[in-house]
Design a protein around this ligand. Structure first.
Ligand code: 5AD
Ligand code: SF4
Length: 453
């Protein structure tokens, strides 16, 4: 923070017109939240945000390592900055996030992308002003090697993207080591923020008018494990729900092995908590789940679903699924189809397994072709599409509450229900960023149409 003023002085001199910054996010909601903090730091230094690469005086790529195609896409994007940087030598090019928490990636950037000025990892965003100061005063590149860091920095400035929707990181890192997953290696060990710090951030968001707030963690169900007091995620939700106001709380992700009846009961008893639970199942076959190191069976997964359905009226589920994990057979994949048909998720994120260096699964034999796996993925997507259509149809004639997200030139609005379904309607009063009550009149493509009540 001490360097913010020093960098401010430097950039005021270098860019006497308004200096512009572009922070581009790849990957998940956690990265999006990190980018908001990076923008917060840049705004304090004096930058205005822009979407234009060409006009930017600093470009920061906040990167994702979850699958190989994410990394390939990011390298493609970094490569495109070469000419821009040659034309604007005072521009800073920085790369941060999960991808650069891997030494081989940092080495590749140094070797093949020498125009990158700054590299910093995922757990120390607040170091950016110092690196910028050194870059400008010492004239040397600032490429940090991946660093393990366990303390939590509170009160980093933050420049939020939306006016009604926001996210709060309640914990960082992951200790689960699912066999396919790079996250524990790049984001480090699990650590939770203090309930009071989260409460304060949450309360200030509600007071500022935010209405849709997502609590983020790789596995929110193990929230609190490293805190001194005995405190779990259900306790945290209960605490946040004491904040007065009209809002909906979402959370993600929730690991099925750690979800408790107490948590489901807490959701049941607090109508501010979203009735859609994101519960990544990953696969529908017990042998595959065991190989994935997931620590639950499909029987146990269904027990949670059934308990939640008994307790919470209108509960629905979304999930993540990987097809083609090493050794998965077609018959085992068919168990995933069966599970999807049984649970009838309202939203499903499906992926083809991607081999990640350093993970346990990277050493496993994988003899199903990518082409075959694509066939499985497409089958699953088709099944899910049918299910979503049926869910959409089931809302026709019903009254729902939704948060308005977009206003269109023709006077129509787009709103989102708490289960993420999109609803379009027309209104003559301005209802942007407000909750509205709607009567669903029909379905158009993958969204619903409605009348304002
Ligand atoms: N390959 C494919 N998908 C993956 N995910 C995590 N690691 C991999 C991988 N190596 C998926 C999981 C997780 C989601 C965020 O990304 O489904 O829940
Ligand atoms: Fe990856 Fe598993 Fe941790 Fe999720 S819980 S981040 S899938 S290791």
């Amino acid at each position: 923070m001490n360097y913010i003023q020093s960098v401010k002085n430097i950039i005021n001199e270098k860019f006497p017109n308004q200096p512009l910054a572009n922070v581009v996010t790849f990957g998940c909601a956690q990265n999006e939240n990190d980018s908001e903090k990076v923008r917060g730091l840049l705004a304090q230094i004096g930058y205005t945000m822009t979407d234009s690469l060409e006009e930017s005086d600093i470009v920061i790529y906040n990167t994702c390592a979850i699958r190989e195609n994410a990394e390939l896409k990011i390298f493609g994007n970094i490569g495109k900055l070469k000419a821009l940087k040659a034309a604007k030598p005072d521009m800073i090019v920085a790369v941060c996030g999960c991808m650069v928490m891997q030494q081989h990636i940092v080495d590749k950037i140094k070797k093949s992308y020498p125009f990158v000025d700054i590299v910093f990892g995922v757990n120390n965003l607040e170091i950016l002003p110092l690196l910028m100061y050194k870059r400008y005063t010492e004239g040397k590149k600032q490429i940090l090697p991946p660093q393990e860091k366990t303390d939590i920095v509170e009160n980093t400035p933050i420049l939020r993207n939306g006016k009604s929707k926001a996210s709060i990181s309640i914990m960082f890192g992951c200790d689960n080591f699912c066999a396919y997953c790079i996250v524990p290696y790049v984001r480090g060990r699990e650590r939770s923020r203090k309930p009071q710090d989260i409460y304060n951030e949450f309360k200030s968001l509600v007071e500022a008018g935010y209405k849709d707030i997502t609590l983020l963690g790789q596995n929110v169900n193990s929230y609190g494990k490293n805190l001194e007091e005995k405190y779990d995620f259900a306790d945290l939700l209960q605490l946040l729900c004491t904040v007065p106001g009209e809002y909906v709380i979402h959370f993600m992700s929730s690991h099925p092995k750690d979800i408790s009846k107490k948590l489901i009961d807490t959701i049941r008893d607090n109508p501010q908590i979203s009735r859609q639970i994101h519960l990544p199942v990953q696969a529908g076959n017990d042998r595959v789940l065991k190989e994935m190191n997931r620590h639950y069976t499909i029987g146990q997964y269904m027990d949670i679903i059934n308990y939640a359905r008994q307790q919470i009226e209108d509960v629905s589920f979304s999930s993540d699924i990987i097809v083609g994990f090493p050794g998965e057979t077609f018959e085992e994949y068919l168990d995933t189809e069966k599970l999807v048909k049984d649970v009838r998720f309202t939203q499903l994120f499906t992926y083809i397994y991607s081999r990640r260096n350093g993970t346990k699964a990277a050493a496993m034999e994988d003899n199903i072709s990518h082409k075959e796996k694509s066939v499985w993925l497409n089958r699953l997507i088709k099944i899910q599409q049918e299910i979503v259509f049926e869910h959409l149809n089931s809302f026709i004639g019903k009254e729902v509450k939704a948060l308005v997200e977009e206003k269109h030139d023709d006077g129509s609005y787009t709103a989102r229900m708490s289960n993420t379904f999109v609803v379009k309607f027309i209104a003559d009063t301005d209802c942007m960023d407000q909750f509205v009550n709607l009567k669903i009149t029909g379905k158009k493509g993958t969204s619903l149409t409605a009348e304002l009540i």
